[in-house]
Structure formats: structure tokens, C-alpha cells
Design a binder for this molecule. Structure first.
Ligand code: PLP
Length: 413
């Protein structure tokens, strides 16, 4: 648990020691890992927890009558309690484990969406959504002959709230919006966005893939109806994520997939479904993932989300100031409230060439559309170079990056 009263001291050098990969070299240079929005690196505690699970209690969970199955089941169930505390849910039955954010949103679109959306209805998303928060709604709307409505954004990459307000009407059955943009780092005013939707009795899903590890999230205080995120972006393992849903909504929703574990009894005539959240978890779950996620949450809590947020803010500000001084660089996404990602283009050069060149200096960035093609189209560009930061990044790494960027531009021009 994070203690609000004790101000923790953030020591980035100490934090870096917990991440073994950060001490490796690439292309003869120390690795500067700036692709954290794609996936974060893992601390030793997470790596050891996975190792320990397979060494000590690997077994299938629930219904095992022997000790190691009981241990694995307990670890899996405790992971739900851990997530519940981490995001401020009311009950751990509101925590569904999925493969990640993508599957979480698909679950909501498939189960809640297909039940609630009919011909002529509307679903609202924004211009800055990840493809994972576009395509499931597009497919749903196509199938139901409903309309997908898109909230426009400003040139700086902020939601135009007046336009959003105008879009809310009785035909809208759901709003689905990212908390923080993976491409341009905008922190959306989700509390206000949710409040406005609720004034019209419209439920809302928040895609928190880029948020839970950068800032404190409390789903009850936000009053989010659904909240989705992935463990691998928050220092945990790949292959596990979360869909939080308010119990009263989950209770009403049909299963997403069917098979073992999501049932309470089966006959050839009829199947009764399990209680929430098991109703939505068909088949053998990702037990190692749940254990790794528990450890990742413990790790984040041991550092403190406020401390992480402050440190990352400093890193983003410093990186912004430094690259603004490089002629021909244009930052894409200049929202007032930002974190995590810094996207830019260099006049006359392709993002891909810059990314490849930066790699020769040991700097790992991502280039392209970042799974937000409509957002790139909004800015009339094919893609950007994106440097995205985590708690272990330093100002010294920003210096390496900006120096490598200058050299890359000189070589390529
Ligand atoms: N939503 C956002 C905002 C993301 O940044 C990502 C991944 O980059 C996703 C959804 C999809 O996450 P995953 O690939 O872990 O399912």
C-alpha cells in the first residue's frame, strides 16, 4: 500500500539496479530504452516471481485437491485483490483477467456492446485512440448498423470538450476513450469526460493502457464503468491484462468466451454460468501472469506512483526542452497536460530512418503510426519518432538521445 503521509525519496540510480536489462549494451553502446509505451522492462522481483512459480508451485488452479494447486490458486486469487486495491475498485469480483488491454476492450465490445447497441445507436471514441480502441467498436457498429462517432481534437492534441458535449445524446450507448494517449502523451480529463457522459446516463470505458503506471488511478473516484489495462506496460509480464467493470454491469453481461471455468454446471441440455468475474474467464488462466502482475504492483507501490509521476514529468519536460532546440524537429502533440510519450518529426527525413540510425547509438525508440493511424492522418503525417519514458529513465539518457539525434540528422541530411 502507498502511504500518502510518508514522502518517499526517489533514487533513479537505485531503481535502475532493479532492472537487469538496463545494464546491457546494444551495438557497442549502453542501451537507452525509450520504447516504454510499447512495453516496459521488468524488475528482478517480477522475473524472480515467474521463475519461482515454475520452480515451486506450477499447477492448474481451482479444483485441485493437492497443496501446490491450492498455493497456485491462492496466488491467482490474491492477484485480483491486489489489482482491486491498485485501481480502487469496490470488490475483486469486478476484476477480470484478460490477455491485455486489447482483449479487455474486445470483451466489453463483444459482451456489453452486443447486448446494448442496436440499429441507429451511437458509440463515441476520440481521434487519438489506439487501434485497439477503434476496431472493436467499428466492427460492433458495422454489425449492428450503429454509428461510430469521433470526438475531434485540437492541433495541440487535446479533446475539444465543447464538441464532445454536443455529441452526447440519447442514441449514444457507450463512450470509450483513452486516459493517456500512447502516441502523443496527452492526459485526457477523464473525470470530466465521464461526468458529462453520466449526466446523460451513458456508460464509459477508459483505456488505461498508458495510465496506470504513470499516474494514480482510482476507478471509483473516476466513476469509470469499465477500465482496461495491460500488465506488460506497467513492469509486469506479457499476456495478462485487466478489464475492470462495475459489478452491476458485469452481472448483466453475457459471457465473452465459453468453456471450462466460466460455468457453474453443464449438461447437454443447459449450461449455468459461473459468478463474476469467472463468468468471463473461460479456460486455464494465465497464473504466472497474475503472479507477475502482483509483483509489478508491489514494485510500483514500493516506489510510489506520485514519485514516479513527478520523475517522469521532469524527464519529459527536459526531453522536450532539449529536442525543441534542434532545428528541423517538430513536436507532435503539445497538450498542456502530458506524460510518458514524446513524439516528433524531422523535416525532410523519414521517422523510420531516424529510428534505425538512433539504434546504432544504442537508443531504442519506436517509429511509425504507433497503432494510431487516424491520429497521424489528423496531423497529416505518416508517422512520428516516439521516445517514451519510464521511471528508470534519466536526464543523462536524454543527453545521449539528443546527441545521437543531432548526429543522425547530420548523417541522413
Ligand atoms: N491502448 C493503448 C492506449 C495502448 O497504448 C495500447 C498498446 O500500445 C493498447 C491499447 C493495446 O495494448 P495491448 O497490446 O497490451 O493489448
Amino acid at each position: 500500500m502507498e502511504t500518502a503521509l510518508v514522502k518517499k525519496i526517489f533514487d533513479v540510480d537505485q531503481v535502475r539496479k532493479d532492472f537487469p536489462i538496463l545494464s546491457r549494451e546494444v551495438n557497442g553502446k549502453p542501451l537507452v530504452y525509450f520504447d516504454n509505451a510499447a512495453t516496459s522492462q521488468k524488475p528482478l522481483s517480477v522475473i524472480n516471481a515467474l521463475d519461482n512459480y515454475y520452480k515451486t508451485c506450477n499447477s492448474n488452479i481451482h479444483r485441485g485437491v493437492y497443496l501446490i494447486s491450492a498455493e497456485a490458486s491462492e496466488a491467482y486469487d490474491k492477484a485480483k485483490d491486489k489489482v482491486k486495491e491498485f485501481i480502487g475498485a469496490k470488490d475483486s469480483s469486478e476484476i477480470i483477467f484478460t490477455r491485455g488491454t486489447t482483449e479487455a476492450i474486445n470483451l466489453a465490445a463483444y459482451s456489453y456492446g452486443r447486448q446494448s447497441v442496436t440499429e441507429g445507436d451511437e458509440v463515441i471514441i476520440s481521434t487519438m485512440e489506439h487501434h485497439s480502441n477503434i476496431v472493436p467498436w467499428q466492427v460492433l457498429c458495422d454489425e449492428k448498423k450503429a454509428k461510430l462517432k469521433i470526438i475531434p481534437i485540437t492541433d495541440s492534441g487535446e479533446i475539444i470538450m465543447d464538441e464532445y458535449k454536443k455529441m452526447l445524446n440519447e442514441k449514444v450507448k457507450l463512450v470509450s476513450i483513452c486516459h493517456i494517449s500512447n502516441s502523443i502523451g496527452t492526459i485526457n480529463p477523464v473525470k470530466e469526460i465521464i461526468k458529462l457522459a453520466h449526466e446523460k446516463n451513458i456508460p464509459i470505458l477508459v483505456d488505461g493502457a498508458q495510465a496506470v503506471h504513470h499516474t494514480k488511478v482510482d476507478v471509483q473516484s473516476l466513476d469509470a464503468d469499465f477500465y482496461a489495462f495491460s500488465a506488460h506496460k506497467m513492469y509486469g509480464p506479457m499476456g495478462i491484462g485487466v478489464l475492470y467493470g462495475k459489478a452491476e454491469l458485469l452481472e448483466q453481461m453475457p459471457p465473452y468466451q465459453t468453456g471450462g471455468d466460466m460455468i457453474s454446471s453443464v449438461s447437454f441440455e443447459k449450461t449455468d454460468y459461473n459468478e463474476i468475474p469467472m463468468k468471463f474467464e473461460a479456460g486455464t488462466p494465465n497464473v504466472e501472469g497474475a503472479i507477475g502482475l502482483t509483483e509489478a504492483i508491489d514494485y510500483i507501490n514500493s516506489i510510489g506512483r506520485d514519485q514516479i509521476h513527478e520523475h517522469e514529468k521532469e524527464i519529459l519536460e527536459y526531453a522536450t526542452e532539449e529536442i525543441e532546440q534542434i532545428e528541423s524537429v517538430k513536436i507532435i502533440g503539445t497538450a498542456r497536460n502530458k506524460t510518458g510519450s514524446l513524439s516528433f518529426i524531422v523535416e525532410g527525413l523519414s521517422a523510420l530512418d531516424i529510428g534505425i540510425m538512433l539504434d546504432t547509438f544504442g537508443v531504442a525508440v519506436r517509429t511509425g503510426h504507433h497503432c494510431t493511424e487516424p491520429l497521424m492522418r489528423r496531423f497529416k503525417i505518416p508517422g512520428t519518432v516516439r521516445a517514451s519514458f519510464a521511471m528508470y529513465n534519466t536526464k543523462e539518457e536524454i543527453d545521449v538521445f539528443t546527441s545521437a539525434l543531432r548526429k543522425s540528422i547530420n548523417i541522413l541530411k
